[in-house]
Design a protein around this ligand. Structure first.
Ligand SMILES: C[S@@+](CC[C@H](N)C(=O)[O-])C[C@H]1O[C@@H](n2cnc3c(N)ncnc32)[C@H](O)[C@@H]1O
Length: 290
């Protein structure tokens, strides 16, 4: 397994995922009762964007300028959820010690969640790669309400659900290096839903071919899950040479009106992040609300 999220931190896919993650967390916090945030594939927590452009990664073009970089450019005109996200990224950057105007440090999903967490919310962050897990542990050494586990995130879904709070948001964000990743996701969801039928499960996936995505949706429907939607952002049309043409987030048990809140935000992201003709946003119910 060679995947290191460092190369991708702050790219368009991270922006989409982290903006929607914030919207999910804020929606869950409309209720006073605390919940478990389980990040099954947490990464290292925070990323130094300067490293993505230097040293060992010299051969790779940094991806963040086409992601968070594009939002920083026109930050003054952003709608509220995007402006709040950019403000949170800026706060993280300054908190990590950057005194320059140019962005340097970017928060991963663990920090996105931790900065929104209330006292009654609890975070469990799982990462299987030992070096990444060690960095993650160091990131959160002084943070209360956070447990870091060097473990398989799919096993954690089985081990940690149902939580004592009886409420959970589970983010499943794998690297998709393994051939059977979609099968592993479906297996974890089947067991997770059995243990916590009302849990909110969010799964990030790459748009690398409609047939592959449709086969994934079919697997999900076979689980007979509760209401489920798929939010997708496309940044380049099918004919474009851009490799990763978009990404999506499947949300099982989305909070009330999440589709209405996420729709305009995704559309704005499609306008700002498109890299080739064909940029678009859509939200489809795979299993409609009853
Ligand atoms: C896409 S990155 C995570 C990014 C992070 N969620 C974020 O948004 O900042 C995927 C991570 O999953 C880790 N990983 C791969 N397989 C795993 C598994 N079975 N369980 C836990 N972590 C795994 C990889 O080492 C990598 O750090």
């Amino acid at each position: 397994m060679n995947y290191r999220h460092q190369y991708h931190a702050g790219n368009f896919a991270d922006v989409m995922k982290h903006v929607l993650l914030r919207q999910l967390l804020v929606a869950l916090q409309r209720k006073e009762k605390g919940f478990l945030y389980l990040d099954t594939h947490a990464g290292r927590g925070g990323y130094d964007l300067a490293q993505a452009a230097a040293g060992e990664t010299l051969a790779r073009v940094p991806e963040w300028p086409e992601g968070i970089g594009r939002l920083l450019d026109g930050a003054a005109e952003l709608p509220a959820p995007l402006a709040d996200y950019v403000a949170a990224v800026r706060e993280f950057d300054r908190g990590a010690g950057n005194l320059e105007p140019a962005l340097r440090f970017y928060p991963g999903s663990p920090w996105i969640a931790r900065r929104l967490a209330r006292l009654q919310d609890r975070l469990v962050l799982c990462e299987r790669q030992p070096a990444e897990a060690a960095a993650l542990r160091a990131e959160f050494a002084a943070a209360g309400g956070v447990a870091v586990q060097e473990t398989d995130g799919y096993a954690a879904v089985r081990a940690l659900l149902p939580p004592p709070e009886r409420r959970a948001l589970v983010l499943i964000d794998p690297p998709f290096e393994a051939q059977d990743e979609f099968a592993a996701i479906a297996g974890a969801l089947r067991d997770g839903l059995r243990r916590l039928p009302g849990g909110v499960f969010a799964v990030w996936y790459p748009l690398t071919g409609r047939a592959r995505t449709d086969a994934f949706f079919e697997r999900l429907r076979e689980l007979a899950p509760p209401p489920t939607l798929a939010a997708e952002l496309t940044i380049a049309g099918e004919d474009s040479p851009v490799k990763l043409k978009g990404c999506g987030l499947v949300v099982i048990n989305p909070p009330w009106q999440f589709d209405r809140e996420a729709g305009p935000v995704l559309a704005e992201l499609a306008r700002r992040l498109a890299q080739a003709p064909g940029g678009a946003a859509r939200i489809d119910w795979l299993v409609p609300e009853r």
